[in-house]
Structure formats: structure tokens, C-alpha cells
Design a protein around this ligand. Structure first.
Ligand SMILES: NC(=O)c1ccc[n+]([C@@H]2O[C@H](COP(=O)([O-])OP(=O)(O)OC[C@H]3O[C@@H](n4cnc5c(N)ncnc54)[C@H](OP(=O)(O)O)[C@@H]3O)[C@@H](O)[C@H]2O)c1
Length: 338
């Protein structure tokens, strides 16, 4: 089968390779014929962390895919051959930058019927991150517009995670304030549902105050944990919540004002369930199924901004470089193996 992989002789470049045909899936695994993939900062992080010594065979990256179930393991029961699916998968296993991939069915869901494969591949990793952070790590509720009258700040609103976080928070009833620094990313945040957009390259509190906002109940820092830490301590209301997804570069001072205000600090790591084989891994199946229903019902919109061509090393390298600029809007995808 075709794949794009890291190989000892060409590290750190990505290389087009031919790998042996996949063996039949076992246990709860599905064998998926990958039709489209998306890219995420985790690809670059894994690429940078891959050393010569780890490459006794080519290493396939990629943790956002849409495709068709080719075969199911003897203990799999959620899917049948021919089902169209989308998933992020497990960072501790080979990724989706290959024509076929094994993935545990508990991490997989039915693909939204109203999206094509590239649009679907753009969604899983960022949707799971935003959803788990908001509704499983933080004590927030998706349904019933329970958060009407409350405000939520999304730092990095036009990024992959931010694009979905804005939509989910708005669905939950929040008035969403997003940050973006360029005309195109400001427009994108508004299209995702942000009521206000402020510039993350300027101090945030004065911009909020200019909008008549003194505090927010919830802030999601989706870009730079250290940089916004002190300011968020000022901005978040007493008994509010801060959500984090980016590893800090140094120690964080979790005392006042966080302690004085009883601000909840919540971490999300989208691969935690798969990595630690938690008993509730199937939550990712449920979240992505519900997200697919919301997409198909027009309650959420896709976040794909561009398809960069077929899945091959040159296009994937270009996608990684675009992502490394830190200026992508929404999601990039690659589709097909021609
Ligand atoms: N813990 C987890 O499970 C998890 C999951 C997914 C991602 N992550 C991490 O979360 C981060 C975001 O991921 P992503 O996929 O959303 O990234 P992304 O799509 O690459 O984010 C791009 C956006 O970031 C904004 N941005 C750039 N510098 C910024 C800054 N200093 N402050 C605020 N916003 C800034 C840009 O907005 P402008 O162009 O408007 O400046 C751009 O639209 C990455 O570090 C990623 O590794 C963690």
C-alpha cells in the first residue's frame, strides 16, 4: 500500500513509500481505507520527536482521517464493511497517512453524510479537543442553552480547535468573544459565530472593556498557555473556568488571583483516553457521532478551508509548512491517492 512516512535515510523529510499490504484487523480494530486526511500541530511535534533510533521501519504520522471500513476485527461490533467513517485515532499507533489504517472502533464514528471525505477528515481531532474540554473537562453543558447570559473567550479563534470551540460554545448559549489578528481570521471567527473579535497581539482586557465587558465566565487558551496566563487571571470572573490545551514552557503560578477567585483550571489532551486505554474510550465514538448529527442538521458547520491536493509527501510537507506558520485559518486537508 502507498503511504507517506518518516524513514531513517531521509529524516526529517516526509517520503512516499510502499508498505506491505495490511494484515486483517484484530480485536476491536477496524481496517479503514483512508480517503482523506487533515493535518494538525501534533504531526509536526511527532515528526520533530522522531529519531533515527526509532526508525527500524518507516513511521507513518497523521491523526485526522475519513474513509471506508474495509474489514472489522472479531470483537468489533459498532461498524460493518463499507461504512463511511471519520476519526482522529491514537497517537501511540501508526497514523492515517497511509492507504489503510487499523483503528480501534471506540475512537471512530460515522462520517457526516452532508460532508465529503476531505471536509469530514478536517473535523475529528479538533472537534474532540473542543468538545472534551468544554463539556467533559469543564462543568459546561452543550444542550438547552444553559449558558445564555454568560460569556466565553476563545484565544486563537480561527485555528482548528478555535473554529469548533466557538461553534460549540455558541450552541451552548454563550456569547462568544474570539481573538484573531488579521482581517481574514477575524472574518472567519465571525462566520463561526463569534459575537466579538479582539486582537491577541494587543492587551486583551482593555479591548474587552472597550466592548463594555469587564469579565468572562470561561476562557479557552488554545494558543499559548504561558503568555496569556496572568491576563486571564484578571479577565476570568470569580468561580469561572480556564481551559488549556498547550503544554506550558515553564511553571505556572496557580495561586492568586486564580486561588482568590476560585477559578477552575482544566486540561484537555485529546489522546489521553487512547494513550492510557481508559475505560471510557467509547466517549470519542459518541462525541463524533453526535457531532456528525449536528453537522447534518445544520447546527455545526465544517471547518475545512483548503484542500492541498492528493495525499503524497510533497503535498503533506507543504501542509506541515503552512501549519507551522501559525497563521492557518480553519483546517487543511489532502484527499485521494492518485
Ligand atoms: N491538548 C490537545 O489535545 C490539543 C489538541 C489540538 C491542538 N492542540 C494544540 O493547540 C494549539 C492550537 O491548535 P490548532 O490546531 O487550533 O492550531 P492552528 O489551527 O494552527 O491555529 C492557527 C491559529 O492560531 C492563531 N494564533 C497564532 N499565534 C497566536 C497567538 N500568539 N495567540 C493567539 N492565537 C494565535 C492564528 O490566528 P491569527 O492568524 O489571527 O493570528 C491562527 O488562526 C497547538 O499548539 C496544538 O498543538 C492541543
Amino acid at each position: 500500500m502507498k503511504a507517506v512516512a518518516l524513514c531513517r535515510e531521509s529524516l526529517p523529510a516526509l517520503q512516499d513509500v510502499q508498505l506491505p499490504p495490511p494484515l486483517p484487523p484484530r480485536g476491536r480494530d477496524l481496517l479503514v481505507r483512508v480517503q482523506a486526511i487533515s493535518v494538525n500541530p501534533v504531526d509536526a511535534k511527532q515528526r520533530a520527536a522522531t529519531t533515527d533510533a526509532m526508525l527500524d521501519r518507516p513511521r507513518v504520522l497523521g491523526w485526522d482521517a475519513a474513509g471506508v471500513v474495509e474489514a472489522i476485527g472479531e470483537e468489533a461490533s459498532l461498524f460493518a464493511s463499507g461504512d463511511e467513517v471519520y476519526y482522529a485515532g491514537d497517537v501511540t499507533r501508526p497514523g492515517c497517512n497511509a492507504q489503510y489504517q487499523w483503528v480501534d472502533e471506540r475512537l471512530v464514528a460515522r462520517k457526516p453524510t452532508t460532508l465529503d471525505f476531505a471536509e469530514a477528515a478536517a473535523l475529528p481531532l479538533t472537534t474532540l479537543t473542543a468538545w472534551e474540554l468544554l463539556f467533559q473537562r469543564m462543568p459546561l453543558q452543550l444542550d438547552g442553552r444553559r449558558h445564555a447570559g454568560q460569556r466565553l473567550l476563545v484565544i486563537g479563534g480561527a485555528g482548528g480547535v478555535g473554529s469548533m470551540a466557538i461553534q460549540l460554545a455558541q450552541h451552548a448559549g454563550f456569547e462568544v468573544i474570539a481573538t484573531a489578528s488579521r482581517e481574514a481570521s477575524v472574518d472567519w471567527c465571525r462566520r463561526m459565530g463569534a459575537a466579538h473579535v479582539i486582537d491577541h497581539h494587543q492587551p486583551l482586557l482593555p479591548q474587552l472593556q472597550a466592548l463594555g465587558i469587564d469579565s468572562v465566565q470561561v476562557a479557552l487558551n488554545l494558543a499559548d498557555t504561558d503568555h496569556y496566563w496572568d491576563e486571564l487571571g484578571q479577565i476570568v470572573a470569580p468561580q469561572g473556568h480556564v481551559g488549556l490545551i498547550v503544554e506550558p514552557r515553564g511553571p505556572l503560578r496557580i495561586g492568586d488571583p486564580y486561588k482568590a477567585k476560585c477559578i477552575g483550571i482544566h486540561w484537555e489532551f485529546m489522546f489521553a483516553r487512547a494513550r492510557f486505554q481508559t475505560a471510557d474510550q467509547i466517549e470519542q465514538h459518541r462525541i463524533l457521532n453526535r457531532a456528525a448529527s449536528m453537522i447534518d442538521a445544520g447546527q455545526l458547520r465544517g471547518t475545512l478551508s483548503e484542500v492541498l491536493g492528493n495525499i503524497n509527501a510533497a503535498n503533506l510537507q507543504a501542509a506541515h509548512e503552512r501549519l507551522a506558520s501559525g497563521r492557518t485559518i480553519g483546517k487543511l486537508a489532502l484527499s485521494g491517492w492518485e
